[in-house]
Design a protein around this ligand. Sequence first.
Ligand code: BGC
Length: 744
Amino acid sequence: MSPSPDTAASVPFATLVIVAVSCALSLTRAAPADLVDARVEALLSKMTLAEKLGQLQQLDGSADGNFKPEHPDLIRKGLMGSTLNVRGAARTNALQRIAMEQPRVAVPLLFAYDVIHGYRTIFPIPLGLAATWDPAVIERAATVSAKESRAAGIRWTFAPMVDIARDPRWGRIAEGAGEDPYLGAAMAAAWVRGFQGDSYAAPERLLACAKHWVAYGAAEGGRDYNTADVSERTLREVYFPPFKAAVDAGVATLMSAFNDLNGIPATANPFTLTDVLRGEWHFGGFVVSDYNAVRELMVHRAAASEAEAAREALTAGVDMEMVSRTFAGEVPKLIEQGRLSVADVDRAVTRVLGTKIMSGLFENPYAPEGAEATVLLSPDHRAAARESAGRSFVLLKNAGHVLPLATTGGPVAVIGPLADDQNALLGSWPGDGRAGDTVSLLAGLRAKLGSGRAVLFAKGCATIACSSTDGFDQAAAIARQTDTVVLAVGESADMSGEAASRSSLDLPGRQLDLVRRIQEAGKPTVVVLMNGRPLTIGWIAEQVPAILETWFAGTEGGSAIAAALVGDVNPGGKLPVTFVRTVGQVPFYYNHKHTGRPPNTTKYTSKYLDVESTPLFPFGFGLSYTSFRLSGLQLSAATIPSDGSIRVEADIENTGARPGDEVVQLYLRRAAASVTPRVETLTAFRRVTLTPGAKQRLSFQLGTAELGMLDRRLRFVVEPGDFQVMVGTSSVEGLTTEFKVTAR
Ligand code: BGC
């Protein structure tokens, strides 16, 4: 599938690349393309080889945001072009001044940071934001994050993370949009629009970076950094679409992944980095490696030396090297030996300089000092974080209408190791967020209930790891004294995210025992889940009357959860990922293939003997405090030609007593095709808000893009055949009807 590494060496010369860069970058409407070309050429002509390689070098600052002692000198010599983690207007400006005051070639530094779901005001984790099924929420979160980042001197975020994840053991599932390529693509585009706006050169915007290119989420066994072996079909059908959406939305950069992909590391993979990205998608920005990933080609045993690693990465299509220094150290020798050409270097430098020019960095290299005080954590930003959190919650169960809680009456017990934990709410990429700024569930509920209801609190377990039952008696005693119990359980922030794979999806330690113990008190109980991945919560789903999934809800998490618990906010989120019954079912995703023996009660069918074949909670599932009814499903035609399009319409009505949101989801099912179809494919969705009694007719247009598929030769075609369309409220519930596509 992948051409030999040498293939890439013959692709574009600098001038050709300049044209490609400026064409793609002109999407940002920041500067005319030929002007960019001319400026890049002028700079290149003045730069020594060492200075060019300096533009390809990104180095890390310290965790506290400071730069390293060696940085000023490296900048003076033109040997580094970008930093990560250096932040704060004063610090970035201090470094930038050195770069800008170089008399011969002054190229501004590009300051990068992982602004994944917030800079200082922290939004819900991306998996939670995906559960909103509302791209506008993501766009706003990214817009706010960009504004805060710019105030702190950051110009480039390593986000969005658009890796499809179908194995919840993989901790980084928290950072993306879940299991589905269509939802993932919609979210990827929204992130890019939010970070970059119409032009990433605008004063409050950032360069975005779609990562990790590619199939990083397909790590074998869900173990982070592990090998991925994925067919080209699955790459194109499942793992590529969110990246393609990011590229189409004008994303400035991509990051190459750590993993080995089908035998060729993603950071040295000419097929993905050059053939697909440049050749097919015409991506004109630049690619940064992941942290130390170029040097790690040696650890993969894919390169025998740093020189080999540098040559492989650069020729495959990595432009900037994060942290390791193989380009700077080895490329001059490789050129001398004739194993690399100056054109290979110029190609990468052209992309980096083109992006820097387009980003307005030369004209506006500095951050406005003083802005941080007013911009970071402003009341508006907190409000945005609170509203997005409110839209991210998924009501998994509400038997006997335990929820919403009354705001007056007898005491409420708030129990659990996560109930007053400010840190967990920040998730695994907290940016510059501070636990002290965060509203815990306990604080949020106390503020919400005021004097209406007393709130009694017991942690139950001393820590989230919950290794002892010591606090159980006290917690159970408190539960008995109250009328309602809110029980906050789940994971700590560092149990998901990078290098945080788990072999079990159960609640950590003795947490489930705590839930059992509290349940014995016999009070109406609500489990509030805080977690970075789907958990196996079968017992809770069976025994506890109400469950609210809140992910890690960010700085305003506690206020938002409190608002949802009392019904000021009606939960309307839907699962962006399947919740399995047991970890042994993994990988389990809704759009799987049929197999020749779909599971049923007879023996020789595709199933496990010891667990049902269904998920605990399916993809797209989520309840509400009100009820909805779908009706009036209608198609504009019963038969269409293969180059035609069809309109699908249905009514959604709020049949309950409260205003609320429903996410109407359209799934396509193919009767048969030249390539085994998936059981169904999410093809459109819309989140609507309806007052009680209100009814809205929704219309979805399906054309070639929606009806097409990759045929046996991986060509995108619309194959004639019979289709079923389901318009539903989850991947397993809805109205269906059929239509036929005929050959032209
Ligand atoms: C992660 C990236 C991140 C980078 C810089 C790496 O370890 O995989 O997602 O952007 O570090 O912090």
